[in-house]
Design a protein around this ligand. Structure first.
Ligand code: ATP
Ligand code: MG
Length: 283
């Protein structure tokens, strides 16, 4: 049986694709991916909302927004004191952003007493979702209530990862968590794709881990690989996505290719009809 939430899902087939950029491991390129993919999808004509779900507020600064504490943020949305329409900011890079700052760290505690706390973001997105083609969620490096809100609101997850040994161990934990969320809170959640980030083709270990990933996850691994590129690391300090900072850099070109690949995937998924009905990976 579908239930009320299932019926809402069916009605939303043609609305924004909501992608949670997530990995509980820190520093793997989640924020870099969320900001740059937002800018590249916008460049390709897509209407994009980037939601910063991390109290570090890196995605917020990464697109040129100063994270003042007085600003309404995702925090006010989660506790029901603001709406997405009243909180979103228009960036100069063609996409909207819902900012975050360290106030968001308090949400974990404040949500304890709130009913249906896992569904706060999902419920807030019901209306605004119709105004976008993509909503990207930049999740924090933890499996906490903020990430759970992201996973419950999302249609699918994008998992950035560095090709190193420990990444594979972390991935097993993440897949187990996704299965739990799918079983208990969000039955439509899928893995959209695994993204190899900070890739250094000269390293034998990197090559090995990359092959293992392809072996296990097959077509779920994006064809596009994000190379290690210093311009990607420099751009946030100018408050710019890399295509606005150094368009010809390898990093900018890679994220543009990723945006194209994601649009291709979306087009072919629409051609096929609905989702696979599974998380999309072997147990
Ligand atoms: P956190 O878990 O703390 O939220 P994260 O997963 O969001 O981290 P980022 O902040 O995107 O990771 O990246 C970590 C660091 O690596 C940052 O300093 C970023 O600028 C840098 N970085 C990310 N991707 C690349 C890349 N492809 N080449 C070079 N540097 C990169
Ligand atoms: Mg981050």
């Amino acid at each position: 049986m579908l239930g009320i939430r299932g019926i809402v899902d069916l009605a939303q087939v043609d609305l924004a694709k909501i992608l949670a950029v997530t990995n509980q491991k820190g520093g793997v390129g989640k924020t870099t991916t969320a900001v740059n993919l937002s800018a590249c999808l916008a460049e390709l004509g897509q209407r994009v909302l980037l939601i910063d779900l991390d109290p570090q507020g890196n995605a917020t600064t990464g697109c040129g927004v100063v994270k003042r504490v007085a600003l309404p943020t995702v925090y006010q949305i989660l506790i029901g004191r603001s709406t997405i329409a009243d909180t979103r900011l228009v960036t100069e890079f063609g996409f909207d952003v819902l900012p975050a700052n360290r106030e968001l760290a308090g949400a974990e505690i404040d949500l304890i007493d709130i009913a249906q706390r896992e569904y706060r973001l999902r419920d807030a997105l019901v209306g605004p979702r119709g105004e976008y083609d993509f909503v990207l969620l930049d999740c924090p490096p933890a499996l906490n209530m903020l990430t759970v809100n992201g996973l419950v609101a999302a249609d699918a997850v994008m998992i950035p990862m560095q090709c190193e040994y420990y990444a594979l161990e972390g991935l097993t934990d993440l897949v187990a968590t996704l299965k739990k969320v799918r079983g208990n809170l969000n039955p439509v959640l899928e893995i959209e794709g695994l993204l190899r980030t900070m890739f250094d083709p000269r390293s034998t270990l990197t090559q090995q881990v990359s092959r293992e990933l392809e072996g296990h996850f097959g077509a779920k691994v994006y064809r596009t690989i994000i190379p290690r590129n210093v311009r990607l690391a420099e751009a946030p300090s100018y408050g710019k996505p890399v295509i606005a900072f150094d368009r010809s850099s390898k990093g900018a070109q890679a994220y543009l290719l990723l945006a194209e690949e994601i649009l291709e995937r979306r087009a072919s998924a629409r051609g096929r009809g609905a989702s696979s009905g599974e998380l999309g990976v072997a147990p």
